[in-house]
Design a protein around this ligand. Structure first.
Ligand SMILES: Cc1ncc(C[n+]2csc(CCOP(=O)(O)OP(=O)(O)O)c2C)c(N)n1
Ligand code: SF4
Length: 253
């Protein structure tokens, strides 16, 4: 009897077990990046830039070359790598503390320059690894270890919607905002991530994908409640979908 194989591990991951908390989105997002690179046949030609934060060990998980960067500097490091080796596929993988706080200058200027890199931005509304401090993406009223009474916008300001900000920059060719809360949305997220690599491979410019991701540990809830919290609170707040495509980028240039 012949059996039809319906699932196999992606060659894009090494098989090293993830260290993430149950219900964390990082593992799912790693897999989407890995599958995309495998399907595009570029695993051997790719150099990823690892972040600080919970995904700092991504180098052990991805079956491609990886380089580490200091807090916030991933886009600057990726710029150097891509300019030195323009035929490689270069990506950064960054949390919201990393990219939207200390690294906001790096990502803004990389986008403005139209660097031909792909940026995967994981928005879990918090600093994960260091204990759940308020991030630029923390929601109004959201309790964190540094906003125990809830984020007060009168003193801490409003969350920054990174895709919306970056889409305004002419050098940004592709900007998308997706989520990994349901199987349907995970499929959408995969499409956007794969497209962001294709945009780079066609040398069309800077490509950015924001992924809304649960952090059950620092949100102080179980995995299922964390998904529900993301759906109830983050999905309505952040702009979702494809905010900019290369065609629109050319038209507005
Ligand atoms: C220059 C520097 N400053 C501060 C830190 C400490 N640090 C390590 S991880 C982290 C938070 C990362 O949070 P985020 O980027 O949101 O990623 P997550 O852990 O949520 O995936 C911080 C502040 C560091 N490693 N380097
Ligand atoms: S602390 Fe949050 S972001 Fe970090 S591994 Fe745990 S669930 Fe994931």
């Amino acid at each position: 009897m012949s059996e039809k194989q319906v699932f196999s591990r992606t060659k894009g991951l090494t098989g090293v077990p993830f260290h993430y908390c149950p219900g964390c989105g990082h593992g799912v997002i790693h897999r989407l990046v890995a599958e995309s690179l495998e399907e595009l046949g570029v695993l051997g030609d790719t150099i990823g830039v690892a972040p600080v934060g919970c995904a700092v060990l991504i180098s052990s998980y991805m079956n491609c070359d990886m380089q580490s960067a200091a807090h916030g500097r991933a886009c600057a490091v990726a710029t150097g790598v891509k300019r030195a080796l323009p035929d490689r596929v270069v990506f950064t993988y960054q949390g919201d503390g990393d990219l939207a706080a200390i690294g906001i200058a790096e990502v803004m200027h990389a986008a403005a320059r139209g660097e031909k890199i792909t940026v995967i931005f994981v928005n879990n509304a918090i600093y994960g690894m260091t204990g759940g401090q308020m991030a630029p993406t923390t929601l109004p009223g959201q309790k964190t270890t540094t906003s125990p009474y809830g984020r007060d916008v009168s003193s801490a300001g409003f969350p920054i919607d990174m895709p919306q900000v970056l889409a305004t920059l002419k050098g940004a060719a592709y900007v998308a905002s997706v989520s990994v809360d349901t199987p349907k949305n995970i499929i959408q997220a995969k499409k956007a991530i794969k497209k962001a690599f294709e945009v780079q491979m066609k040398r069309q410019g800077f490509a950015f994908v924001s992924v809304l991701s649960p952090c059950p540990t620092n949100w102080g809830m179980g995995p299922l409640d964390a998904v529900k919290w993301l759906q109830d609170n983050m999905l309505p707040l952040y702009t979702m979908g494809e905010l900019k495509t290369p065609e629109e980028a050319v038209a507005s240039a």
